[in-house]
Design a protein around this ligand. Structure first.
Ligand code: UT7
Length: 332
C-alpha cells in the first residue's frame, strides 16, 4: 500500500448534551443503603444526570451532534458517515444511528451503532479514522451516547451509585498537510471477562419474559472489584504503549482524558504513570460514569474550558465491558 496516499484525520468539531435532571448522592441515599460520604470517597461522584422520560438515547445524541456539526463549520448534509457508540440504543433495531441520520437531515449515508461499552467512542474514532485515511469519507460524525438510567438497578447499591446519562459528539475530518490530528489509535478486547459487566436479559440468550423481569435481568450486573483492578493496569499499559509507538515520553503529554469510571481508578493510574493529576481531566463528580459518552463529553468540556490548546498532545484512554479497552493519541 502507498502509505503516502493515506490521509490524516482531526477532530474538527465537538458537542455535548447532558439532560437537566440531577440525581444527587442525597437522592441515591433515599433509594439504597448508602451515603454521600461513601460514594464521594470511593468513586468521586457527587451527582449524575438523568434523561427525561420522553428522551431516548438518539434524542441526547441529536443535541450533541447538532452542536458538533456546527462547531466544525459544517451542515448535516456534509456528513459522510455516522457511528454511534452505545449500549443503550433506542431499540435493538433499527440502530440509533439510523434515527439520527433522519432526525439530523443527513444524506443517505452509512449509519450504524457500535457496541464496545465504555470503550465505544474510541473504537468508533479508530474506525472513522481508517475510513478517512482510505479516502472513503471526508467528514465522519462519531458519537458516544447513553441513557444508562434505563438499565441501572436502583435497588443495587454496587452499581446504581455509578451511572448517569449523557451524550458527546465529534466530527472527524480530513487533516490538511502539516495540520495536527490523530496520530495513534489502538483498540482490543478479551471476551474471557464478558460476564464481569453484563446486561444479562433481553438479548437472544435470555429473551424478554416475565421470568426475566422477575429476576431483574434487564439491569446491569457488575463485579466492581475485579473491573476496578483490571482498569488501573490496562489504563497504565495503554498510555505507556501508545507513547512508545509514537516515540514520545510521558513528559510530552499535555492532557490525558480517561474514561470517567471512578476517580480513584484515575488517581491510581496517574500515580503509577507518575503523571500529575493536573494533566488528567476529571468531571466524574458531576456526571458519574456515562459509559461510551464520558470521553466525548470530556473532550468537549476540556476544549470549551480552554484546557486544549493548539499543538497539545492529548491521550484518550478507556477500559470497560467486554472486556474492551482502547486509546488514542492526538495533536490538538
Ligand atoms: O466503565 C466501567 C464501569 N465499571 C466500573 O468502573 C467499576 C469499577 N469498580 C468500582 O468503581 C468499585 O469497585 C465500586 C465503586 C463499584 C465499589 O467500590 P469498592 O471500593 O471496590 O468497594 P467493594 O465492592 O470492595 O465493597 C467494600 C464495602 C463492602 O462492605 P464490606 O463487605 O466490606 O462490609 C460493600 O458491601 O463497601 C460496601 N459497599 C457499599 N457501602 C455503601 C458497596 N457499595 C456500597 C455503597 N454504599 N454504595
Amino acid at each position: 500500500m502507498d502509505l503516502d496516499s493515506l490521509r490524516s484525520a482531526r477532530i474538527a468539531g465537538t458537542g455535548r448534551y447532558l439532560p437537566e435532571k440531577r440525581l444527587t448522592n442525597q437522592d441515591v441515599e433515599k433509594m439504597v443503603d448508602t451515603n454521600d460520604e461513601w460514594i464521594r470517597q470511593r468513586t468521586g461522584i457527587m451527582e449524575r444526570r438523568i434523561a427525561a422520560p420522553e428522551q431516548a438515547t438518539s434524542d441526547l445524541a441529536h443535541e450533541a451532534a447538532r452542536i458538533a456539526i456546527a462547531d466544525a463549520g459544517l451542515e448535516p448534509k456534509d456528513i459522510d458517515q455516522i457511528i454511534v457508540a452505545t449500549v443503550t440504543a433506542d431499540t435493538v433495531f433499527p440502530s440509533t444511528a439510523c434515527r439520527l441520520q433522519f432526525s439530523l437531515g443527513c444524506r443517505e449515508i452509512p449509519a450504524f451503532d457500535l457496541g464496545a461499552a465504555c470503550s465505544g467512542f474510541i473504537y468508533a474514532l479508530a474506525i472513522a479514522r481508517t475510513g478517512i485515511a482510505a479516502g472513503s469519507f471526508d467528514n465522519v460524525l462519531v458519537i458516544g451516547a447513553e441513557t444508562l438510567s434505563r438499565i441501572v438497578d436502583y435497588e443495587d447499591r454496587g452499581t446504581c451509585i455509578l451511572f448517569g446519562d449523557g451524550a458527546g459528539a465529534a466530527v472527524l475530518s480530513v487533516a490538511g498537510d502539516g495540520e495536527p490530528g490523530i496520530i495513534d489509535t489502538h483498540f482490543a478486547a478479551d471476551g474471557s471477562g464478558a460476564d464481569l459487566m453484563i446486561l444479562p436479559g433481553g438479548g437472544s440468550r435470555i429473551p424478554a419474559s416475565h421470568e426475566m423481569v422477575n429476576q431483574r435481568l434487564q439491569y446491569i450486573r457488575m463485579e466492581g472489584r475485579s473491573v476496578y483492578r483490571q482498569a488501573i493496569s490496562k489504563i497504565v499499559m495503554l498510555v505507556e504503549e501508545s507513547l512508545k509507538r509514537c516515540h514520545l515520553t510521558r513528559d510530552d503529554i499535555d492532557l490525558i482524558i480517561p474514561h470517567q469510571m471512578n476517580a480513584r481508578i484515575i488517581q491510581s493510574a496517574a500515580d503509577r504513570l507518575n503523571i500529575p493529576m493536573e494533566k488528567l481531566f476529571v468531571n466524574i463528580d458531576r456526571y458519574g460514569n456515562t459509559s461510551a459518552a464520558t470521553i466525548p463529553i470530556a473532550i468537549d468540556e476540556a476544549k470549551r474550558e480552554g484546557r486544549l490548546k493548539k499543538g497539545d498532545l492529548v491521550c484518550l484512554v478507556t477500559f470497560g465491558g467486554g472486556m474492551t479497552w482502547a486509546s488514542a493519541l492526538l495533536r490538538w
